[in-house]
Design a protein around this ligand. Structure first.
Ligand code: BTN
Length: 249
């Protein structure tokens, strides 16, 4: 029997203001489409199954019903903050939640993936709409190896595959929303710079050979503004703002 993400299970676990209100659908197209900019900041939409889940670059995001966390959070940051950084902010929160829950180190693969034992266990998607940000997070929790989607960029993983045990999604979701609220508040106050200690130390690509938008070389680091620095040879370092990364495994 899969554990439930229905309001009667999750709402009693919520500690902060994210998830109030908490919108839940057993099945929907994409949780990203359940939120509207006119709703209250902090509204969260969750579904046990998405029939048209989407990722970055027009990719699909798929998971069998009741095995993963699909959630979208409505945020309204001030214009002074760079909203695309919220993918990294969400990545830090997911990594915090995973590490505290399962006790393994998680890394962040720029710009929006969370990695566990070299496999992608979560992805974050920041979509801007009328000045608001709909921040979508997918976390692979209890999928078996066979239930994971085919490899696109990174090999896919789940908490179950990494640990050999199932994890309660409702408790994970509530912990994640509390971690996201804390990270979001820090980001509002001080930008990505104030979260940098939790980002730079988890940089999955650092030292790997990468290729992004035609720039190839060795990833130096995610910088304090959330960009990727790539050493392209002869002492030259280029900085990439966004893009799709290919990397050597
Ligand atoms: C990526 O890795 O490309 C981002 C994946 C984001 C997936 C989540 S699942 C919840 C929300 N609803 C969607 O359709 N997408 C995001």
């Amino acid at each position: 029997m899969p554990d439930s993400l229905a309001p009667e299970t999750v709402e009693q676990l919520l500690r902060g203001r994210l998830g109030r209100p908490y919108l839940y659908e057993e099945q929907c197209g994409s949780t990203q489409d359940l939120l509207e900019p006119a709703m209250h900041e902090g509204t969260v939409a969750v579904a046990d199954e998405q029939t048209a889940g989407r990722g970055r670059m027009g990719r699909r995001w798929q998971a069998p019903a009741g095995k993963a966390i699909h959630c979208s959070v409505l945020l309204k940051p001030p214009p002074a903050r760079r909203a695309p950084e919220l993918s990294l902010v969400a990545g830090i929160a997911v990594a915090d939640t995973i590490e505290r829950t399962i006790g393994f180190a998680a890394q962040i693969k720029w710009p929006n993936d969370v990695m566990l034992r070299r496999a992608k266990v979560a992805g974050c998607l920041a979509e801007m709409r009328d000045g608001a940000v709909i921040l979508g997070i997918g976390i692979n929790v209890n999928q078996t190896r066979e239930e994971l989607p085919p490899v696109t960029g990174s090999p896919p993983g789940s908490l179950f595959v990494a640990t050999g045990q199932e994890w309660p999604r409702a408790a994970l979701l509530a912990m994640f929303l509390a971690d996201l609220e804390r990270c979001y508040s820090e980001w509002l106050a001080g930008g990505l710079d104030s979260l940098y200690p939790y980002l730079g130390s988890r940089d999955f690509l650092r030292g790997r050979h990468v290729s992004v938008n035609g720039t190839s070389g060795t990833a130096v680091k995610i910088d304090r503004a959330g960009r990727l620095e790539i050493a392209v040879g002869h002492g030259e370092v280029r900085t990439v703002e966004s893009g799709e990364v290919r990397y050597e495994r």
